[in-house]
Design a protein around this ligand. Structure first.
Ligand SMILES: C[S@@+](CC[C@H](N)C(=O)[O-])C[C@H]1O[C@@H](n2cnc3c(N)ncnc32)[C@H](O)[C@@H]1O
Length: 414
């Protein structure tokens, strides 16, 4: 069949559909460098802005693919949805192309949030708009982990079938996919970036703590270092200056000599400063960390003497790893705004486009995941070219649709 690839990026749809011999007849992509790569990888020069594409310039096609920009729908993108004038409304350009060409199938991908955003209003809009154009939409949330690729990345795949097609569309069966370990996909011969020495020291310092605590199991969500020695009330918004002075702030700093609230706040942990109380997302971890401190006061006091890192997010160790294996170096690490996140080593976290700061780290090798390894997680490793710049490559891969999921779904587009 013939297909078109709208918002084509690196061409995840292209790679997946080509596996069945389908032929791409048109694509469009706003980003110039991605257009150049598309030419190298897929031998098609994409049109630029979808808003300037005339329907009759697009060749006839059977499948319309569109990974419309997800930023307005992702949790991080402030949930603006279709109200977002720049991106949310881009789907209307897909609708006008569908109205003109009436392809057999529509194939969309986005973050799962598109289904629930604004109480389902955007999804209703999508479904009803396509229905009025004679299509029935179905969706399924699929992660690469469901098909044996070790990346946690839930995305919604939406397939629309033209109403006159007789054969029912079926989603691929995903159960019993062979599990592949991310560690087996690593190859330190690929070009990679070393972890900065300061971050190596940071991880070693945190491991020193885990070693002295000698925990059989990490039962809390996060270990929050500023709570070692602190005893301020979790909500101090109603206290007077005299009352708060009886307590100890971050790392057990005495507040008794503070002359005003500005001074008090300078001794308090960052997560209390906005509302004069502990933010709810971290409350349980604070209680857990104070408990650890109480039971291991001497060890925690000794450890904190050598902990000189001032970056707020480096003072929190978010444990999403194996509970009974408190060794950072047996895990993956992500430096996030909320803390240093420790993840199980067998599955990579979702590649994301919004920020290059969260590229996963392999601490046992003191390095970041390489672009080639990331490309494997998206099943785009056979592309001839990726962006040369590492950050741009991760951004493009984080934007892309997983080509293997596309391939599996499109078995049933017949
Ligand atoms: C979620 S990504 C889709 C990625 C693609 N499916 C892939 O496999 O790489 C959305 C893409 O839409 C592009 N885009 C944003 N606004 C656009 C517009 N007005 N016209 C065409 N492309 C646009 C972005 O540059 C981005 O590459």
């Amino acid at each position: 069949m013939k297909f078109i690839d709208l918002f084509s990026g690196l061409g995840g749809f292209h790679v997946g559909l080509s596996k069945h011999g389908h032929q791409c007849v048109f694509s469009c992509e706003l980003d110039e460098s991605l257009r150049e790569l598309y030419k190298i990888n897929h031998d098609i020069v994409p049109h630029d802005d979808i808003r300037t594409v005339k329907e009759d310039e697009i060749p006839e096609h059977d499948i319309l693919c569109a990974g419309f920009p997800c930023q307005p729908f992702s949790l991080a993108g402030k949930k603006k949805g279709a109200k977002c004038p720049d991106s949310g409304k881009l789907i209307d350009h897909v609708l006008r192309i569908v109205q003109y060409h009436q392809p057999k199938y529509i194939f969309l991908e986005n973050v799962p949030n598109v289904i629930t955003i604004e109480d389902g209003a955007f999804w209703d809009y999508l479904k009803n708009s396509f229905e009025s154009l004679n299509y029935r939409l179905e969706y399924k949330i699929i992660s690469p982990t469901d098909i044996g690729i070790p990346q946690n990345r839930k995305r919604v795949f939406i397939v629309g079938k033209r109403n006159d097609l007789v054969k029912a569309f079926e989603w691929p069966k995903l159960k019993n996919a062979k599990k592949n370990d991310f560690q087996k996909l690593l190859n330190d011969n690929f070009e990679h970036k070393k972890l900065e020495p300061q971050k190596v020291q940071l991880l070693e310092k945190w491991q020193e703590l885990l070693d002295v605590l000698n925990l059989e199991e990490i039962t809390g969500v996060s270990i929050v270092a500023p709570e070692f020695g602190a005893d301020y009330p979790l909500d101090f918004s109603n206290l007077t200056l005299e009352e708060i002075k009886k307590y100890k702030g971050a790392y057990g700093k005495e507040l008794k000599n503070c002359k005003n609230w500005d001074e008090v706040l300078s001794f308090m942990p960052s997560y209390t400063k906005k509302n004069f109380r502990v933010a709810s997302w971290i409350t349980k971890s604070i209680i857990y960390s104070r408990g650890l401190y109480k039971e291991n006061t001497k060890a925690c006091e000794e450890w904190k003497i050598g902990f000189h890192f001032t970056n707020n997010s480096w003072q929190i160790l978010e444990w999403r790893g194996l509970r009974n294996n408190p060794n950072i170096f047996n895990h993956l690490v992500q430096f996030r705004a909320s803390g240093i996140r420790i993840l199980k080593s067998n599955i990579a976290p979702s590649l994301i486009a919004m920020t290059p700061t969260q590229i996963p780290v392999i601490p046992s090798q003191n390095r970041y995941v390489s672009t080639q390894e990331a490309a494997k997680l998206q099943y785009l490793h056979k592309l001839k070219a990726l962006p040369n710049d590492r950050k741009a490559a991760f951004k493009a891969l984080g934007n892309a649709v997983n080509a293997k999921i596309v391939e599996l779904i499109s078995y049933n587009l017949v």
